[in-house]
Design a protein around this ligand. Structure first.
Ligand SMILES: C[S@@+](CC[C@H](N)C(=O)[O-])C[C@H]1O[C@@H](n2cnc3c(N)ncnc32)[C@H](O)[C@@H]1O
Length: 297
């Protein structure tokens, strides 16, 4: 099991789904291959939430190849996609791992056939081997803040060579706002953002600067770029998600902070958790979605 277990991905899924920029898949659609199967490469797919968020918005015939280094997560992609398909009123063909919506369930997609395949793949180690042949869309959600500048430059350059559009979602951008506010909030989040720059397996991580760097690197490779804010707006009732974030941030801040600040951060965590428990805490976490379309030659 890696750092991102299935429980954490399930916990964040409702906030992810509310936050995503709904218009980017629609802006992308006219730039997808016409009259043929859309092949999608999903990088760091986890349990497949990016497929479940995008498939119906993109519509048509799709074949997804979902890559992740964690086989525990990959093993859950089919089951979670089946549950989503059934809850959405779509058909699920287990033997072919295929979702079909034959009826016009959706206002803007008359038809959807989406086949999924998973593959264990170490993106950090094997970027040069990315299976990009025939790929009509490269996508990733909640991944880019983990990667390094050189890795991201390599990815963009490979996508540009095959003229593949890129759609990334839910890249953390460093902004966090709390209600109620505490005087230590800013210091804690600044420490968290420094911690975000630690190596997550890809070299020094871009953390909050990842989305901006992607925009610059892709524009330099001849893409036009659309960026949207896709902030988590975490509700008072989402106590478990809030508590997990606060504990994680407190731990990260303490790893960055000197010994003299440890007690103060522990106190911050206790006060924040008490507010969550009372149901009077709300948190906004800044994220960005980005669409990059190759310009015509
Ligand atoms: C925050 S999770 C996002 C998962 C999923 N895209 C989502 O939005 O729910 C980051 C994912 O990146 C994967 N990951 C991290 N390092 C990786 C690597 N070197 N190669 C492949 N996948 C990796 C993790 O296993 C995890 O599934």
């Amino acid at each position: 099991m890696g750092d991102f277990d299935a429980d954490w991905l399930r916990l964040r899924a409702p906030a992810d789904s509310r936050a995503r920029a709904a218009d980017l898949p629609l802006l992308l659609r006219p730039h997808l291959p016409k009259g043929q199967m859309l092949r999608v490469l999903d990088l760091g797919c986890g349990t497949g939430s990016n497929l479940r968020a995008l498939a119906s918005a993109l519509g048509g015939e799709q074949a997804w190849l979902c890559l992740d280094a964690d086989t525990d997560l990959l093993d859950r992609v089919a089951g979670e996609t089946q549950a989503w398909a059934q809850a959405s009123g779509f058909d699920w063909d287990a033997s072919n791992q295929r979702v079909t919506a034959a009826e016009p369930h959706l206002t803007y997609t008359p038809h959807l056939t989406c086949t999924l395949a998973t593959r264990r793949f170490d993106l950090a180690r094997d970027l040069a081997e990315l299976p990009l042949e025939g790929i009509g869309l490269v996508t990733a959600s909640a991944l880019l803040d983990l990667v390094s500048e050189s890795w991201l430059a390599g990815l963009v350059s490979q996508c540009a060579k095959v003229r593949a559009p890129i759609l990334t979602a839910l890249t953390y951008d460093g902004r966090v706002a709390f209600e109620p506010a505490l005087s230590l909030d800013r210091e804690v989040i600044e420490a968290v953002n420094r911690h975000q720059g630690r190596d997550k397996g890809f070299g020094p991580a871009l953390g909050p600067s990842a989305n901006g760097r992607l925009a610059i690197l892709a524009a330099a490779q001849g893409y036009w770029i659309e960026v949207r804010m896709s902030d988590w707006r975490i509700r008072r009732s989402e106590r478990e998600l809030q508590a997990a974030l606060i504990r994680g941030w407190s731990g990260a801040a303490r790893e960055e902070a000197p010994a003299s600040d440890q007690a103060e951060i522990a106190h911050w965590e206790a006060v924040r958790l008490a507010a969550v428990e009372r149901g009077c805490s709300r948190i906004i976490v800044g994220h960005r979605d980005l669409l990059a379309i190759p310009r015509r030659a």
